[in-house]
Ligand binder design. Structure first.
Ligand code: ADP
Ligand code: ADP
Length: 233
């Protein structure tokens, strides 16, 4: 089953008199329970593509079907609704609320879901347990290590059972060993059936995925399976 169907996607930025073709015609599909790394040099269009996939922005032309719904022409409110429901974000900088508990952080995507507070807390506790932080629910992020903070962010990404986990340089602020532990967690989530997309410029991180899409100058340069993925864990 296709989660993502992207056809001839372009994104053009107007910079004064000149046009920047951040994406110049990108097509690819992602099926359920794929594990993909998006790579490419600086300026190749990774962030732009991530913003499209994550429903943070719409393309200039082309189509993006997410679970069969064309999100390319949605307005900001519709986009926000789809994003909240379908995408679990993990950022390089964690983007946690530092002075509120792990439980409250993990609960955040459910706040506008209409779910009862007690059910939200139960779900948040459950995902925190899944990422190995069952004994840290009442801690605040600034009382945790970098790796633990990223686990809270991953719990938050999982809490509304999104169609895609979209991670932007998830190990960028972590030391090698801690980064490897986070990649082990992604491997586990992949094996549990999640669809994972990791944007990274590090080959060692990309090699954990099962497929690498490489961008250059706003185009897909290559789209290849990983022959020997790093099977952490
Ligand atoms: P990457 O994430 O691979 O470094 P980006 O998607 O950030 O690449 O950028 C792709 C191209 O689009 C670059 O040339 C960049 O300068 C340009 N670009 C990105 N965002 C904007 C913007 N908001 N306005 C103008 N140009 C942009
Ligand atoms: P970078 O990798 O360049 O440091 P981030 O990982 O912080 O950037 O963010 C990647 C993209 O997601 C950016 O376009 C940013 O504007 C957007 N973004 C960051 N944080 C959030 C958030 N909490 N909610 C929605 N979008 C976000």
């Amino acid at each position: 089953k296709a989660v993502i169907q992207i056809t001839d996607l372009t994104k053009v930025y107007q910079m004064g008199q000149t046009e920047v073709h951040a994406l110049a015609g990108v097509s690819f599909d992602v099926k359920e329970n794929e594990y993909i790394a998006i790579m490419g040099p600086s300026g190749s269009g990774k962030s732009t593509l991530m913003n499209m996939i994550g429903c943070l922005d719409t393309p200039s032309t082309g189509d993006y079907f997410l679970n069969g719904n064309n999100v390319s022409h949605m307005d900001d409110a519709e986009l926000a609704e789809v994003r909240n429901r379908e995408i679990g974000f993990v950022f390089q900088t964690f983007n946690l609320l530092p002075r509120t508990s792990c439980l409250a952080n993990a609960e955040l995507p459910l706040i506008y879901s209409g779910m009862k507070s007690s059910e939200r807390k139960e779900r948040a506790r459950e995902v925190l347990t899944r990422v190995g932080l069952g004994d840290r629910v009442d801690h605040k992020p600034n009382e945790l290590s970098g790796g633990q903070r990223q686990r809270v962010a991953i719990a938050r990404a999982l809490v509304n059972h999104p169609s895609i986990i979209l991670a932007d340089e998830p190990t960028g602020n972590l030391d090698t060993k801690t980064g490897e532990e986070i990649m082990m967690l992604f491997e586990e989530l992949y094996r549990q059936g999640n669809t994972i997309i990791v944007v990274t410029h590090e080959q060692e991180i990309a090699d954990h995925a099962r497929r690498i899409v490489r961008l250059r100058d706003g185009l897909i340069e290559s789209d290849l399976p990983v022959e020997n993925p790093v099977l952490a864990g």
